[in-house]
Design a protein around this ligand. Structure first.
Ligand code: ATP
Length: 240
């Protein structure tokens, strides 16, 4: 279980994330919706230890405090981030990228089993293990990025806009993969522009605006919430 409370991120005088609290349980898919600039990326970066949170924040995984740990220690503790833009090494092969993901001490013993799991999840990667990642399609690169994160055997996986720029077909494969990742026992925290698809697979969601959580609930409830429908699902509002 990932528990975040009172998390703020400031860039100078600008508070990009303002006292956010959230939680993600094992096997849960939790989506964060919000307009551009609402602080979603900053929130994920702060949880992963890439961006400092302001004092007073608490981030815990399985009861263990992560708040002041370095990013690599947070990976060791069981949390992996697939950043926006993927963060993979284009000059390296699929195989080499996956190997880098297994660098965490917690993952070394299980490397072969993790690789088998990743390739079962993304069979397309199997035939392309030696291909340079920069020559692959956007969707395939996203699979490599998620595969690499899974190689660290995380308990919680954070994904920042994984469907950005993907064809509808690959997008469908990606969302199916996310449900399988959660079914395998991993908690998934997902930032997504594709609200329709993400609410279809999510258990719960949070809505962010100006750095704050302004709404939260079960995904089924958010799907039928008129404000969410107007803002994120392209449903025209009524006169009121
Ligand atoms: P998007 O969907 O466009 O990626 P977001 O919801 O992920 O947006 P963030 O990228 O977290 O939002 O940005 C939140 C706010 O913080 C924005 O106003 C942004 O300009 C600002 N910001 C983000 N990173 C930095 C930075 N390194 N330095 C200064 N301001 C930043």
């Amino acid at each position: 279980m990932l528990e975040v409370s009172n998390l703020s991120v400031a860039y100078g005088a600008h508070r990009a994330v303002d006292e956010v609290s959230l939680m993600v349980g094992p096997r849960e898919i939790v989506v964060i919706l919000g307009a551009n600039g609402s602080g979603k990326t900053s929130l994920l970066k702060a949880i992963a230890g890439i961006q400092p949170a302001t004092p007073g924040a608490h981030i815990a995984l399985g009861g263990r405090e992560l708040t002041r740990l370095r990013a690599d220690q947070i990976v060791e503790a069981g949390l992996a981030l697939v950043p926006e833009g993927r963060g993979i090494f284009g000059e390296l092969s699929v195989e080499e990228n996956l190997l880098l993901g297994a660098f965490a001490r917690r993952a070394r013993a299980g490397e072969a089993a993790n690789r088998t799991r990743v390739l079962a999840l993304f069979p397309r990667l199997r035939e392309r293990m030696r291909q340079e990642v920069r020559t692959m399609s956007g969707g395939e690169q996203q699979m490599v990025a998620i595969g690499r994160a899974l190689m660290s055997a995380p308990d919680i996986l954070l994904l920042d806009e994984p469907s950005l720029g993907l064809s509808p077909l690959l997008c469908g494969e990606l969302f199916t993969a996310m449900t399988r990742i959660a079914d395998a026992g991993i908690g998934v925290l997902l930032v997504e522009q594709n609200a329709r698809r993400s609410l279809a697979i999510a258990d719960r969601g949070y809505v962010m605006a100006n750095g704050r959580v302004v709404g939260e609930g079960q995904a089924v409830a958010l799907r039928t919430d008129p404000a969410v429908q107007r803002a994120y699902l392209g449903v025209a509002g009524g006169s009121g």
